[in-house]
Ligand binder design. Structure first.
Ligand code: FES
Length: 153
């Protein structure tokens, strides 16, 4: 591919980034990327959008929500495109969140083991319905269902 022009069409950006047009419009709607408009109301993106998209895609692969990504991007001075140092700093910060999520998934997997092949979904004894036996303080029965039943739903 040759030298990039300063402003890219949505087709250029889609082709170079691998991000479909629909996702580009969605990211713009969510405030993650910005485009100028031509007199004919066509989008024109600055070249730096490609790095911004690489950042967004990498952060999504880590499992971050678009809201987290938007917040990280908007915290950069003057809404600039993330630099290598920005990515290094943010990815270190996100590593902690990722580790916490992995721990939670390990705990969930442990609970699921006792459910495999069971099917009871008991509000009292199923570890997925009642993690850490948190309903025991409400006494016997199905406390989570009571309000719905009593309310006539
Ligand atoms: S489904 Fe029976 S213990 Fe979870």
């Amino acid at each position: 591919m040759g030298k990039l022009p300063d402003l890219l069409t949505i087709g250029d950006v889609a082709a170079r980034s691998g991000v479909p047009h629909t996702a580009l419009r969605f990211y713009e709607e969510k405030g993650l990327i910005r485009a100028e408009r031509t007199g004919g109301n066509q989008r024109r993106y600055p070249r730096a959008v490609l790095r911004r998209l690489a950042f967004i895609r990498a952060a999504q692969r880590v499992g971050l929500s678009l809201e987290d990504i938007r917040a990280a991007l908007s915290a950069l001075p003057d809404g600039r495109t993330p630099t290598k140092a920005d990515w290094a700093r943010l990815s270190r910060q996100w590593q902690e969140e990722l580790d916490a999520r992995i721990d939670a998934l390990h705990r969930l997997r442990g609970r699921l083991t006792s459910c495999i092949g069971c099917g009871c979904l008991s509000l009292k004894s199923c570890a997925l319905q009642n993690p850490d036996d948190e309903l025991s303080e409400y006494g016997p029965g199905a406390p989570k269902l009571k309000p719905a039943v009593e309310g006539g739903i």
